[in-house]
Design a binder for this molecule. Structure first.
Ligand code: 5GP
Ligand code: MG
Length: 186
């Protein structure tokens, strides 16, 4: 596919890192459950993965298959770059949020943490429901761009302030199916 960009992170590095992240996230969740006296593999019926669509689609599919935990998956849709734009104009919720998260261990999954508006929006709404815990897990992080006071507990790669596509990330709806993370020229 001709995207005119340069490969920032290739397939093998993504695969290796997603495998590590799945293990680390599973260990983290299992530790929380163990504190409550629950066995993660057998009795963890309160883990809820919340992928933020559409960007987190491919990352989520790979990540959750590296996690040997019982979990449910609840999608939310947030939009932040309407149309042909590479500048965030704020985040807005485009779907209903699950409303039964009280007492659950919630993991928010996104493709990239940029200004932080998207994760902050979803996290604040989830917190209103008194979950047992909330964690955020993102494949990519642009630390220089942060505007909100928010961190992700699980981060795949810190990247520079460049606009990237591929592995779920789009430009104007395209390029999500590229298997690598590609940096597009400005
Ligand atoms: P934030 O709300 O943290 O500014 O941005 C998060 C959302 O913006 C991500 O879920 C993603 O959809 C989009 N985004 C941020 N940076 C990039 C980027 O470099 N490339 C693409 N394709 N989307 C981005
Ligand atoms: Mg997104």
């Amino acid at each position: 596919m001709d995207h005119g960009g340069t490969i920032l992170i290739d397939r093998q590095r993504i695969r290796t890192r997603v495998h590590e992240m799945g293990q680390a996230l599973s260990d983290d969740l299992a530790a929380s459950l163990a504190k409550e006296g629950q066995d993660a593999l057998l009795h963890a019926d309160r883990i809820v993965m919340v992928p933020i669509m559409t960007g987190a689609m491919i990352f989520t599919a790979d990540l959750i298959r590296e996690m040997p935990l019982k979990m449910s998956i609840r999608l939310v849709t947030v939009s932040s770059y309407p149309g042909q734009s590479t500048q965030s104009r704020g985040a807005s919720l485009r779907s209903a949020l699950p409303d039964d998260l009280a007492g659950h261990h919630v993991v928010l999954i996104d493709d990239i943490l940029d200004t932080g508006r998207t994760l902050k929006l979803v996290r604040d709404l989830v917190m209103e429901q008194s979950p047992a815990s909330v964690r955020s897990c993102v494949l990519l992080n642009k630390p220089e761009r942060r505007e909100e006071d928010i961190i992700a507990e699980h981060v795949g790669f810190d990247i520079p302030d460049e606009f990237v596509v591929g592995y779920g990330l789009d430009y104007d709806g395209f390029y999500r199916n590229l298997p690598e993370i590609v940096s597009l020229p400005e």
